[in-house]
Design a protein around this ligand. Structure first.
Ligand code: SAH
Length: 377
C-alpha cells in the first residue's frame, strides 16, 4: 500500500507490503511464539483491510504557525501531521480535519506538552459502523472551551452525522490520553453499536474493540469453542462493556462479568437491560482479586473467558482460576508474548491447549489477536 507518512509515523509497520504477505508474516510470528503449545490455525484475515479503525485518535500541536493533528512518531513526542491515514475510518478523519480548520478561527490554543500551556490536547472520534452514530471527544486541559456552543454548531453544520460531543478534562502532565472529568456538550454522551445481534452502548472512556468486522469473527470463534450447552456458569473476565458475556448469555445458564473500569461496567449493566438479557451480572474490580475471592468462597465456574489488556493476566488470576477449576478457559489475547507467559502458568496448573486461532484485528500493523482454548486435563 502507498502511505504518505509511512516512514515518519511507524504505526503500520507492514503497510509497505501486500496484505497476503502481512498475513504470512503474522502467521510465522504466531508459530514462533505459540508453536510450542500446539498447532496454530491459519490466521483469519479481512476481505477489505483498509479504513477499518472505528476509533480515530489524534494529538494536537502547533509548529511554525500551523496547527498539527496526528500521531506521535513512534518512540518520540514529535507530532506527525496526518493528512490521510489508510487504516482509520474515513469519516472520522474528515471530522478531525474540520476541527483542525476550526481551531484557529475559534482562537483555541493547542496544548504544549513541555510548558503545560494551551487547551486542546487530543481529539478522539468513534464511529459505530452498524448504526452510523458518531462520538467526538475533545480532550482539553480545562472545560473552558471558548465559544463552546458556536463550536458545536459549526462542527455539526459540517458533520450533521455527529450524534454526541464530550469534553474530557485532562490537566495532568501525563501520557494518558483521557482524564477522569467529563462534560457532555451535545447529545447523550454515548453511542450505540451492534455486534453479534446485540446493541452495545459505548461511553467515551469504555474500551471497545477497534475493528468491528473482525470482532464479530473473534467473538464467534471464542464462543463456538467454549462448548456451551445451556447449563454452564460462565465468567467473562476483563469484560469491558460486557460484549463477550452478553453474546454468550443465551447459550449458558449464567454469566458473571468482571471489569476494572467503572464506566465500562455501567455500560455493561445498561447493555444487559436494554437487550433484555437477564442471566448476567457485572462487577467492578480487579479480575485477579475477584477470582481469588470467588475461589476462597468455594464458588465454581464451568467456563472462563478472559480478555486481558496487552500486558496479559496475573499469577493471582491464574491460580484462582485453577481453584475454580472450569473445564474450559478461553483466552482472548492481543499480546501473544504475555499470552505465551500465561499459558505456561495454566499448563502448570493442569490445563491443556486445545485450539489456537489468530485473527487479524489490526491489518498492516505488526499486532495480532489470538483465541486460545484450553481444557482441564
Ligand atoms: N472483553 C472486552 C474488553 C477487552 S479489553 C471486549 O472485547 O471489548 C481489556 C479490558 O480489561 C479493558 O476494558 C480494561 O479496562 C480491563 N482491565 C484492565 N485491567 C484489569 C484488571 N486488573 N481487572 C479487570 N479488568 C481489567
Amino acid at each position: 500500500m502507498k502511505c504518505e507518512i509511512f516512514i515518519k509515523c511507524g504505526g503500520c509497520q507492514y503497510i509497505d507490503k501486500s496484505y497476503d504477505k502481512t498475513l504470512e508474516l503474522k502467521q510465522q510470528e504466531m508459530v514462533k511464539l505459540l508453536g510450542e503449545f500446539g498447532k496454530v490455525q491459519p490466521v483469519i484475515g479481512m476481505d477489505a483491510p483498509l479504513y477499518y479503525r472505528n476509533k480515530v485518535h489524534h494529538v494536537f500541536g502547533y509548529r511554525k504557525g500551523q496547527v498539527l493533528a496526528g500521531f506521535y512518531r513512534e518512540g518520540t513526542h514529535d507530532i506527525v501531521d496526518v493528512g490521510e491515514c489508510l487504516i482509520e475510518d474515513k469519516k472520522s478523519q474528515e471530522i478531525i480535519a474540520t476541527i483542525k480548520k476550526l481551531v484557529p478561527s475559534f482562537k483555541i490554543k493547542t496544548y504544549n506538552e513541555d510548558t503545560g500551556y494551551g487547551l486542546l490536547r487530543h481529539v478522539l472520534v468513534r464511529r459505530a459502523f452498524s448504526t452510523g452514530e458518531i462520538m467526538v471527544v475533545l480532550v482539553l486541559s480545562s472545560t473552558m472551551l471558548p465559544g463552546k456552543n458556536n463550536f458545536v454548531k459549526a462542527l455539526r453544520k459540517e458533520h450533521p452525522e455527529i450524534t454526541t460531543i464530550v469534553i474530557n478534562v485532562n490537566n495532568e502532565k501525563t501520557t494518558m490520553v483521557l482524564g477522569d472529568r467529563e462534560q457532555i456538550i451535545y447529545g447523550p454522551g454515548f453511542i450505540k453499536d451492534k455486534l453479534c445481534g446485540i446493541t452495545f452502548r459505548i461511553s467515551a472512556k469504555s474500551f471497545y474493540q477497534i475493528n468491528p468486522v473482525q470482532t464479530e469473527k473473534l467473538y464467534r470463534c471464542a464462543i463456538d469453542h467454549a462448548g456451551l450447552t445451556g447449563h454452564e456458569t460462565v465468567i467473562d473476565a476483563y469484560c469491558g462493556i460486557g460484549t463477550i458475556g452478553l453474546a454468550a448469555a443465551e447459550k449458558c445458564h449464567r454469566v458473571i462479568g468482571i471489569e476494572l473500569n467503572k464506566d465500562a461496567v455501567r455500560d455493561a449493566i445498561t447493555n444487559a437491560r436494554e437487550n433484555k438479557i437477564t442471566n448476567v451480572q457485572f462487577y467492578t474490580g480487579d479480575a485477579g482479586k475477584y477470582m481469588e475471592q470467588m475461589a476462597a468462597n468455594g464458588q465454581k465456574a464451568d467456563v472462563v473467558f478472559m480478555d486481558p489488556p496487552r500486558s496479559g493476566s496475573t499469577k493471582q488470576f491464574i491460580d484462582a482460576v485453577a481453584v475454580l477449576s472450569p473445564k474450559k478457559v478461553v483466552y482472548v489475547s492481543c499480546g501473544p508474548d504475555t499470552l505465551a507467559r500465561d499459558l505456561k502458568l495454566f499448563i502448570k496448573k493442569g490445563y491443556e491447549v486445545r485450539y489456537m486461532q489468530p485473527i487479524d484485528m489490526f491489518p498492516f500493523t505488526r499486532h495480532c489477536e489470538v483465541v486460545v482454548v484450553m481444557s482441564r486435563k
